[in-house]
Ligand binder design. Structure first.
Ligand SMILES: NC(=O)c1ccc[n+]([C@@H]2O[C@H](COP(=O)([O-])OP(=O)(O)OC[C@H]3O[C@@H](n4cnc5c(N)ncnc54)[C@H](O)[C@@H]3O)[C@@H](O)[C@H]2O)c1
Length: 352
């Protein structure tokens, strides 16, 4: 097989990034689209010239002309749709987070093992071009042993509302929504060490700040500010068995002076700042030096990273490469995130 026939489930805000990337890859053909909302599904079909349109994902999965799918639905349906798709013989790219609970995550992992289909978790930040550059430095030992990482994604007002704000459907707020990206990225770059313990705090102090005027932010396709059961912000420390540690803070609502994104990792030979832009700090001849890689995209470019992610998925489905974001990495992250929520609720450290 040299061309992959693609179905997309969930045609909301993020789906455009998937659809555009598939459209730009000559090895992929968009053949089916599904959304609970019929007009949204039809609009996507029209925009991307997709022949099969559904409102029930089971009908899309029953279509033998679909080889592989993207799941871009609410988090509470990721596991159910993933398992059904695998059992229908489809390869799966599932948006982050893998799902809500550890039980669901283990069931998806079991289905991947049983069916032997390709399963990729949508960890788009792993596919940023500055990460492939940094990985070469890490693999060459330029940072030495990485023993500390810290990541911060601060939104002053950025609760997307709708299902994102409904813990039942999302699994939580900024920790599971954006924390998942940066915890995963640091963990991946640190060499996926085994977790020893986690400690987290969550706060519900400001709500969704829907009173704020004249400020635009990311909203779900079904924005509704009247409902919010998720945390405003979370911070966490994750300890690993090899002695390394990771500190994180993320927010949807916070009285911060500005929006910010910063991710750094530190080793005994060098450190790397990943966001806002890639730079490496080290020493040479008893002098501290900062190395600024001269690359076209030194920071995180959303659509370029999605293109890399989709290209990687297609090549994995076609058997050209093995995915770098397997289901096991999704399972580990759901264990970490669930333990962090438990730690915050019980006010204590959770040991693994
Ligand atoms: N990788 C990233 O950077 C990134 C960014 C945003 C969102 N996401 C993830 O993508 C997913 C979707 O987020 P979004 O912002 O597009 O949300 P959204 O609310 O804008 O869109 C979700 C769409 O899924 C549809 N849907 C829900 N359940 C369905 C089902 N069972 N069958 C068919 N359609 C269904 C909804 O009708 C809606 O149109 C989430 O898991 C989110 O975490 C990832």
């Amino acid at each position: 097989m040299s061309q992959l026939r693609i179905g997309l489930i969930g045609n909301g805000s993020i789906s455009d990034s998937h659809l555009l990337a598939y459209q730009c890859n000559p090895k992929a053909e968009l053949v089916a689209i599904c959304d609970l909302n019929e007009s949204r599904a039809s609009a996507g079909a029209k925009k991307y010239n997709i022949p099969y349109v559904y409102t029930d994902y089971r009908e899309l999965l029953a279509n033998p002309e679909v080889d592989a799918i993207s799941i871009c639905t609410w988090n509470n349906s990721h596991a159910e749709i993933s398992i059904a798709a695998l059992e229908a013989g489809k390869h799966v790219l599932c948006e982050k987070p893998l799902c809500k609970t550890v039980d669901e995550a283990l069931r998806v992992e079991e289905a991947v093992r049983r069916t032997g289909k390709v399963f990729q978790v949508g960890y788009v930040r792993r596919h940023a071009s500055n990460i492939s550059v940094l990985t070469k430095f890490i693999d060459a030992g330029d940072l030495g042993e990485i023993y500390f990482a810290k990541a911060s994604l601060v939104r002053r007002i950025g609760n997307p509302g709708g299902w994102f704000a409904d813990k039942e459907r999302s699994g939580g707020g900024p920790l599971i929504d954006i924390g998942v990206h940066v915890i995963d990225l640091c963990w991946y770059l640190m060499g996926k060490p085994r977790v020893k313990s986690v400690s987290g705090n969550t706060y519900n102090k400001l709500g969704n700040r829907s009173n704020i005027e004249n400020y635009s932010f990311y909203k779900t396709s079904d924005y509704d500010a009247s409902f919010n059961t998720v945390e405003d912000m979370a911070n966490a420390i994750i300890r690993f068995e090899n002695g390394a540690s990771l500190m994180v803070d993320v927010s949807f609502s916070l009285h911060a002076k500005q929006e910010s994104a910063s991710i750094s990792i530190f080793g005994d030979k060098g450190g790397a700042e990943i966001e806002p832009t890639l730079s490496i700090a080290t020493e040479k001849h008893n002098t501290i030096i900062n190395v600024e890689p001269q690359i076209t995209t030194p920071g995180f470019d959303f659509q370029e990273s999605f293109q890399n992610e989709i290209d990687h998925y297609i090549d994995s489905c076609l058997g050209i490469i093995e995915t770098n974001s397997p289901v096991e990495d999704g399972v580990e992250m759901i264990k970490i995130l669930n333990a962090l929520y438990k730690s915050a609720a019980e006010g204590r450290e959770i040991k693994f």
